[in-house]
Design a binder for this molecule. Sequence first.
Ligand SMILES: [Zn+2]
Length: 404
Amino acid sequence: MESLYKEIDNQRDFIISLYKEFIPIKALGPENGGEGEYSRAIKLKEIMEKYFDEVKEIDVKDERVPSKVRPNLIGTIKGRNQSKTLWIIAHMDTVPEGDRSLWKFDPFSITVDGDYIYGRGVEDDGQAIVLGITLAKVLKELNLTPNINFSLLISADEETGSKYGVSYLAKNYSLFNKDDIILIPDAGNPEGSMIEVAEKSILWLKFTVIGKQAHASTPEKGINAHLLSMILGVTLYEELHEKYDAKNELFEPPTSTFEITKVEKNVENVNTIPGKHTFYMDCRILPQYDVDDVLNTINEIVKRFEAENNCKVEVEVVNREDTTRPTDENSETVKLLKNAIKAVKGIDAKAIGIGGGTYAKYLRSLGLNPVVWMTCDETAHEPNEYVRISYILSDLKVISYMLM
Ligand SMILES: [Zn+2]
């Protein structure tokens, strides 16, 4: 392992040059006003062909982009035992740079400052791409055969739903075996001690309260939809927290959350009582609860509220993603990763659940045990997104420890 670690420590310049090859080639999905990942994929494929035994491309049709396809790349280095694979799953699409004036550097030309590399997509999810390709290069150069196969999947379409990426591949191809080790380096913490194994269900709701518009000086002639919305919001907030009050210490935070968020513009002027008011709620529901049950409860609260307040309330589901079974905390993937982190970094990593949604759920629904893990300062989607080379080198050591 010592010579392998030494070789990994020599990869600083390679990592910088790799970023310089693909970050300037934009890869935005059509929902984000982009042309897809095709140009970036051609470049990445060309690089992967140098270091992997074989590279496959799986194109998924998408009429909205000029190339008409969303490309997914799989590079493999064969192991001694070829019935099992350690996967790194990365995604090549990024989000737009956002407000350019907030960037210290050009987001699409790589800027290196000591340990830091800046650019849009360097962390999300360039870090995973760089981890996979650099590991393959080191194995190739040292002429090492891993214990099991090593595959890097660089997928399309993660930022806007993964219909043309991992979710499609999971449904239509049998790429993965039950006991494969699957790492998704797409979120993490600065210590590299957070192993994400579970997600809450996500439910976004839109409530439109319909009352009766009137002059603000004669409220008795109207029904104040904004005031009723405030009361309904507080009622939902309190009753949902009370009914779904379970705690699961795997998650951060350990409870379900029900947050009143966005409101839509109602009347123009201060002295009009609005006859219609729209607000939204973001719910993150612990896996032990059925999302349909939560929806039923909400509909009952709303029905009662309508009767009590002589108003009408429309409820619309804006987004719903039911969680699946969590990754087994005793799975080989979790155990191997914990051991490797302990051996390389000397720290105890912890399995946790989060409120956000990643494409690990598509793989979990197939009975697989993927984990989301890497070492990062969580700068994804922010201006001045960066990675730290030292984090990448230590992640490389952890993954190679698992593989060798
Ligand atoms: Zn990502």
